[in-house]
Design a protein around this ligand. Structure first.
Ligand SMILES: [Mg+2]
Length: 346
């Protein structure tokens, strides 16, 4: 047995794309690194929107784990979940729990000198197709040059965060029909607009249309958009509990499910969602838009989940770079992690 001796939370000062980092130390001397959801980016006051989530970890969760065993992650998850239930079972509390949980799995892997994927039962896949996930760029020339930069790095799939379908047509004209193109509008449109945009995206043969409509969790509206525009739909990054995931899968709105590991409760919650994707025969594509523990943990999970179809790989310019490197990607495929824990690469 190894007891947890220290838990720290940090909001690194990179830029407006902040992160909420969690460090859990045990008597073994190892430090597990995790990440909670980062908050809505603030250009004016970078990091400020992450503070409420960091506070959950520092003031509600961490004090309840000090002195406990680092080997009983499942028990800790349920004890903290039970404790926090009166703060609500979705939202900021679960984001904080996600950061703690990922750090605990990283710590356990380091203590046992094996990868989290191995702890979960080992990889199901030899490699996973990755897609380069571009930030919102808006300028047509910049979109094309960033797509080209991703293709030059070996990617055969890109995701845009653009609202105007013209960008898809531009990319098709410039780079042909073989490239996979995903389009994420983050729930920007009302239902009527979302259907019209979806029809245009269908003409560009997109691989999926992501969070097409607001509110983002209106499952019936999402299904109607997909049906009427005849385009595959991806969503799920704003769902939280196992019950939420059951509900969105029951709606039959989705071709691709995209849980965000920093919102759902970390790896302990993720392994339950694996079972749901099998039960509802739905492709899994773990969501993530940061380079660091969230991406590494998502990859460990993705390799262990039979239904994994794609892995999101943030494709950000140098000024958004964090303290960690992208994981191994070869010819557009994410390779199995081998390092202990979640396999962060400095
Ligand atoms: Mg998204």
């Amino acid at each position: 047995m190894s007891l947890i001796t220290d838990i720290k939370v940090e909001i690194p000062d990179y830029n407006h794309m902040s992160q909420v980092m969690v460090y859990v130390t045990s008597e073994s001397g190892h430090v597990g690194v995790g990440e909670a959801w980062w908050g809505i980016p603030s250009a004016d006051n970078p990091g400020s929107t992450s503070i409420p989530i960091a506070n959950v970890i520092e003031h509600l969760l961490a004090p309840r784990l000090i002195g406990k065993s680092s080997r009983t992650i499942e028990k800790h998850w349920f004890d903290l979940w039970d404790y926090g239930y009166r703060y609500a079972d979705e939202g900021i509390f679960l984001m904080g729990l996600s950061g703690i949980d990922i750090a605990l799995w990283d710590l356990l892997g380091k203590e046992l000198n094996t990868s989290v994927c191995q702890l979960l039962g080992g990889p199901v896949h030899e490699k996973i197709p990755g897609y380069a996930s571009l930030p919102a760029l808006r300028d047509p020339e910049v979109v094309l040059s960033e797509v080209k930069r991703a293709m030059d790095a070996g990617f055969f799939a890109v995701k845009l965060h653009e609202l105007d379908p013209i960008h898809v047509h531009n990319i098709r004209r410039e780079f042909g029909n073989d490239l996979h193109i995903m389009v994420d509008v983050n729930g920007h449109f009302n239902k009527i607009e979302a259907i019209e945009v979806g029809k245009e995206l269908a003409k560009g043969n997109v691989t999926w249309y992501e969070e097409p409509v607001r509110p983002m969790r209106d499952h019936a509206a999402i299904k109607e958009v997909g049906d009427r525009a005849n385009v595959p739909i991806a969503a799920g990054e704003n769902e939280y509990t196992l019950k939420n995931f059951e509900q969105i899968l029951q709606s039959k709105a989705l071709t691709y499910l995209q849980p965000e590991i920093t919102k759902i409760g970390g790896i302990t919650a993720a392994k339950r969602i694996t079972g749901l994707t099998e039960l509802y025969n739905t492709a899994l594509s773990p969501h993530n838009m940061r380079i660091g523990p969230a991406l590494s943990a998502s990859i460990q999970w993705g390799f262990n989940s039979p239904m994994t179809a794609w892995q999101e790989v943030p494709w950000v310019r140098y000024e958004f770079a964090a303290q960690y490197k992208l994981p191994a990607v070869e010819d557009g495929y994410v390779l199995p992690p081998t390092e202990p824990g979640i396999g962060l690469i400095k």
